[in-house]
Design a protein around this ligand. Sequence first.
Ligand code: AMP
Length: 355
Amino acid sequence: MGVPLASDARLASLEGRPPTVTTVCSHSSLQIFHGARLEGLPTIGIAVGKPPRFYDAFPRARPDRFLTVERHRNVPALAEQLRQAGAVLVPHGSFVEYLGAEEFGKIDVPVFGNREVLAWESDRRRERDWLESAGVEMPKRYETASEVDGPVIVKYYGAKGGKGFFLAKNREALEDFRPTGPYVIQEYVLGTRYYVHFFYSPLSDRGYRVGHGSLELLGMDRRDEANIDELYKLGAQEELLKAGIRPTFVVTGNVPVVLRESLLEKIFEVGAKIVERSIELFGGMVGPFCVEGIMTEELQFKVFEISTRIVAGTNLYISGSPYSDLLEPGTSMGRRIAQEIVRARAAGRLNEVLS
Ligand code: AMP
């Protein structure tokens, strides 16, 4: 039995009917709607401004209906209407980012997964406390510039959208850094980045057992990041800076990757530790999450970030991935979310997967 995340009052709007999978039209919404449709659930797309026209081009992923708001922050005002429609909100990067983790956490509509987790993810210090106390290896953190003994990346709090990073190849180069807000100095890890798409099911009693349920690996990607990925063509960061260009990590797309098979053991151990610690800290992280890390040449996996909801890299695998095909062919992350809702409802356990 998992941990109850939602009260009966919170789930009252879902009584006696199939939940309506609802999300903001952006990020990974096409596969969320497509997956819900495959599992027989109705869908609502919340459009900011007017519904994106390109949805017409993808009839199998178009939501059954749209609701429109002028801005993301107006979504909570739809709460009554959403409850009447039996909505279950599915958080994704743009939805949470533009509404704000705090506001999202307060919406009085059932949410897929544990909404508590968003507060841990959106605060870099809390996130580090969680991951380090789980026993996960992370890039070293320097309290002051004088301790720096190698290449570093300086990150502002809440730096999102890939901008606002400063790279220094050593302590001397860090002297050029002029902070404009609170920041952290982190070891710049040399290695290969992997973004690993996990799904934790508290309902499942088969597979790779973790916590009260099991951990599934659905896919992996690497992000294309402008303009840092092209840096090597100019030789070094200094060349970019001389040209007046600041390196940024703005994500422009995703590429599929697979890990050396022998490294899968390590990756599962990392995922399991993160889930187990989340159960102790706040009742558990349910559903999709992405562990973002760098594999070094010593084959250590250092985790620099975790996303505690569906990530856009899963858009690569709408018809399955080399990993999800070994679980159940044709399972995207969006479809897996819908499956979990259907299974929880059939077992009378919606309160373990919704909050
Ligand atoms: P973040 O905002 O923490 O997701 O970082 C944005 C990007 O910076 C990542 O996708 C990586 O490309 C890069 N990055 C972050 N932390 C590190 C690190 N400690 N070492 C090397 N690269 C990093």
